[in-house]
Design a protein around this ligand. Structure first.
Ligand SMILES: Cc1cc2nc3c(=O)[nH]c(=O)nc-3n(C[C@H](O)[C@H](O)[C@H](O)COP(=O)(O)OP(=O)(O)OC[C@H]3O[C@@H](n4cnc5c(N)ncnc54)[C@H](O)[C@@H]3O)c2cc1C
Length: 456
């Protein structure tokens, strides 16, 4: 065998697998194969001047490369079992939280010291939410910020590069079982290993599916979350974000009893494009450095849809809606809330005259032509509900960007060791369908590494 362990994908899941294996001091031969570039070579061509929107690069530098989808993220590490994934269903609630805390300690010792840990414990905001039919979920949130998150990744890479072989711009094309391990194919060469950990994230979802097909690993369809990104003046949410930074709030709509939730809150942040398999959707992040703060706060409002029978392709449904917005807007569409509720499209002039300045150059349009009525009705109802705890949320000038889609990988059947029915083949992080966040994906990497260390 070339290697004791091959890790496919250098996102948080892959990095923390490699970190834990390398730090065991067992002299294991470890390789990380990553489709994207090293951290310092990752550049999104959008400069806001010559290139204003996504040009659909063959390999998206936002999603791929050392650091994975998390590299330019807001670096919010949520320590909770209430959202961010269902890792606890496999490894237990206590161990899941312990591992998330362990990951937090590594981030702190690699450049994250001094960043703030927010908590929902004992907050009066919970009661105010309940009085208005809103439910605040419990969590501790470490906010590294995009800038410190980058420093942490840089430090982790510098420490790991002498103990782990990193192969960048190396897409794995196939995995085959062989006697005592696995054969891992790339366009350039073939590697072999005793244990293989796959952590290819959401961007690797289609490839993951093909691996499961070829190795006979059972999968289950997962949900898709569809919605918009809301952008408001930061003052409107300041009483929530100053205390909690990120508040995960759930609302059950009166009309359809659907659940709508807030997701990925970025105080003083920016709204950005996200490219998943050529489909442009919207996301957001913010910096820890006050000099990079904007005047706006953004967050997503999402509704989950899960299809099972006869139609099973939840992601395909989300993709179709995102494609429709790309067709009408050439990318992401932006609309004023006032225009949406009056049933008219937003125009360049209306956006220009708005009191909220957009942080993303999106195409003014009409989201009601893209988002299914039931989902849009739920989002509008939630905006009015949020207006009760944060007056101003339902102002005419509130900006809605669409569509935001959270694709979840189909759930790969893995056991309590995060191992598939193929012995020695582990599937972790977001590509397993089990995690959907930096903290859960990283924790799953540490967990898989520890199981491997026990076995080898
Ligand atoms: C803009 C943005 C902001 C976000 N903000 C937050 C946040 O603040 N907090 C939070 O908890 N989560 C956030 N997320 C989600 C978070 O980034 C992911 O949950 C996390 O990165 C998942 O880690 P992972 O290792 O499972 O996968 P990924 O980070 O997606 O990494 C997978 C890696 O595998 C590589 N790969 C794919 N296919 C192959 C292949 N065939 N061969 C080799 N390599 C391959 C990819 O290039 C990628 O680098 C954000 C995501 C985005 C896009």
């Amino acid at each position: 065998m070339n290697y004791d362990v091959i890790v496919v994908g250098a996102g948080p899941g892959g990095i923390f697998t490699a970190y834990e294996l390398a730090h065991a001091g067992r002299g294991l031969k470890i390789a990380v194969l990553e489709l994207g570039k090293p951290l310092d070579k990752r550049r999104c061509p959008i400069d806001g001047k010559k290139i204003k929107s996504c040009i659909r690069c063959q390999t998206c530098s936002i999603m791929s490369g050392f650091g994975g989808a998390g590299a330019f993220s807001d670096g919010k590490y949520n320590i909770t079992n209430q959202f961010g994934g269902t890792l606890y269903e496999h490894i237990g609630k206590t161990e899941a939280i312990e591992l998330m805390k362990y990951v937090d300690s590594i981030n702190l010792s690699h450049g994250g010291e001094g960043t703030k840990l927010y908590t929902t414990a004992n907050t009066a905001i919970k009661r105010v939410c309940l009085e208005n039919g809103l439910h605040l979920l419990d969590a501790q949130v470490r906010h590294l910020g995009t800038d410190i998150n980058y420093v942490v990744l840089e430090n982790l890479y510098n420490e790991l590069k002498d103990q782990v072989e990193f192969h960048f711009e190396t897409a794995v094309t196939g995995i085959r079982r062989i006697d005592g391990g696995y054969e891992v194919d790339t366009a350039k060469e073939r590697f072999t290993c005793r244990r293989c950990v796959i952590s290819v994230g959401r961007s690797g979802s289609k490839w993951m599916e093909s691996v499961c097909d070829s190795l006979g690993i059972p999968t289950m369809s997962n949900r898709v979350d569809i919605g918009v990104r809301v952008e408001i003046p930061a003052e409107i949410f300041a009483h929530l974000t100053d205390e909690l930074y990120e508040s995960k709030i759930i609302y059950r709509t009166q009309k359809f009893e659907d659940m709508v939730r807030t997701f990925c809150m970025n105080p003083h942040g920016v709204v950005v494009n996200e490219n998943t398999n050529g489909i442009v959707t919207v996301n957001g992040h913010s910096y820890e450095d006050p000099s990079k703060h904007t005047e706006n706060t953004n967050f997503a409002l999402l509704v989950s849809k899960h299809f099972s029978d006869p139609f099973k392709d939840s992601n395909g449904y989300g993709e179709s809606i995102a494609r429709l917005s790309n067709m009408l807007g050439g990318g992401v569409i932006v609309q004023r809330f006032g225009d949406l509720v009056r049933g008219r499209r937003s125009t360049e002039a209306r956006i220009r005259e708005s009191f909220v300045t957009p942080t993303l150059a999106a195409t003014p349009g009409d989201l009601s032509l893209v988002i299914p009525k039931r989902i849009l009705d739920g989002i509008i109802e939630m905006i009015y509900a949020l207006d009760k705890i944060a007056p101003g949320t339902a102002n005419d000038d509130t900006l809605l960007y669409g569509v935001e889609v959270k694709f979840y990988n189909m759930e790969v059947e893995i056991n309590e060791n995060l191992e598939t029915c193929c012995p020695g083949l582990f599937v972790i992080g977001d590509c397993s369908g089990v995690t959907h966040s930096l903290s859960h994906a990283s924790a799953s990497g540490v967990f898989a590494a520890r199981r491997i260390l026990e076995e080898i």
